[in-house]
Design a binder for this molecule. Structure first.
Ligand code: NAD
Length: 279
């Protein structure tokens, strides 16, 4: 009997060595939406550095983003889902299922911005902003939660904004979507409160990314001022610190939210805004 048991154990380990699982199957996997530039790319880099497999998504220089995130030895895949389209979001999750053992961390980061007074706000632009900045996070959250519940652990981190807490003129759709995602964060946190799944929001102030660079260029054009002057004016208007937040500073807070130190942070809004909302 003892010999049979030894043989069974030996056979098990031989099979395991003959067909070793790819190393990435033992790692946790993080999906970061909108991770081809700006804050999302920085989060993807820090997640890979921390040992996570990474699913990239978004538009732009995909090859450059994949190369940067792949430099840390974890498995990196890309899916080009347009987050305005629920069917494409579903297909992205099918791709994750095919490659990885499901998902462990979801960072809802993708966002777009358009600036108009309410009376002139084009309805299609309103719809796009709500779709990308809010509805997509609801859709990814409901697809991710079954994996998290099965694994008994998960992290959802929503990249909101100070505009989830306060408003600015001409940003009706963005401010509405960002206030909405703070609400979605709280409900998700409550519906997962009896588990090791957490959901929190990060609220950055101004970060110098393509999304903000476009606003600076528009302001410079409208005022006939230099881009450099408008860059300094923009940050000085809102941040008592006079400094932009960096994408890496945000990414490191996201990493912190994935550590055990953040186990009981649920439904919170982590403000990183150079003092903007302290005023
Ligand atoms: P960014 O423009 O550099 O990145 C946005 C990302 O979203 C890109 O990868 C883009 O391809 C992707 N994206 C846009 N539309 C998409 C769609 N339909 N489907 C899939 N992907 C799409 O901007 P960023 O500044 O890095 O913004 C990232 C997040 O941070 C956004 O949610 C933004 O609202 C938020 N945020 C930014 C700032 C800031 O000052 N830059 C401040 C507060 C919050």
């Amino acid at each position: 009997m003892k010999r049979v048991l030894v043989l069974i154990i030996f056979a098990f380990f031989s099979i395991d060595t003959a067909f070793p699982k790819p190393h990435y199957e033992k790692r946790k996997t993080a999906l970061i939406t909108g991770s081809i530039s700006g804050i999302g790319l920085s989060i993807a880099i820090e997640m890979a550095k921390a040992g996570y497999n990474v699913v990239l998504n978004g538009f732009g220089d995909v090859d450059a983003a994949v190369a940067q995130v792949s430099a840390f030895g974890t498995k990196v895949i890309y899916h080009g889902a347009d987050l305005r389209n629920p069917a494409e979001i579903k297909d992205m999750f099918r791709g994750i299922e095919r490659t990885f053992d499901g998902l462990d961390v979801l960072v809802n980061n993708a966002g777009i911005q358009r600036v108009h007074p309410i009376e002139e706000f084009p309805v299609d632009e309103w719809n796009d902003i709500i779709a990308v900045n809010l509805t997509a996070s609801f859709l990814t959250t409901r697809l991710a939660l079954p994996y998290f519940r099965k694994k008994g652990w998960g992290r959802i981190i929503n990249i909101a904004s100070t505009h989830g807490l306060v408003a600015s003129v001409n940003k009706a759709a963005y401010v509405a979507a960002k206030h909405g995602i703070i609400g979605l964060t709280k409900v998700t946190a409550l519906e997962t409160a009896d588990s090791d799944i957490t959901c929190n929001a990060v609220c950055p102030g101004w970060v110098l990314t393509p999304l903000v660079q476009k606003q600076i260029e528009d302001r410079a054009r409208q005022k006939g001022a230099s881009i450099e002057k408008e860059r300094r004016a923009l940050v000085a208007e809102k941040h008592p610190s006079g400094k932009f937040v960096t994408p890496k500073e945000i990414a490191q807070v996201v990493i912190f939210l994935c550590t055990p130190a953040a186990n009981q942070m649920r439904g919170s809004q982590l403000v990183i805004d150079g003092g903007w909302t302290a005023q």
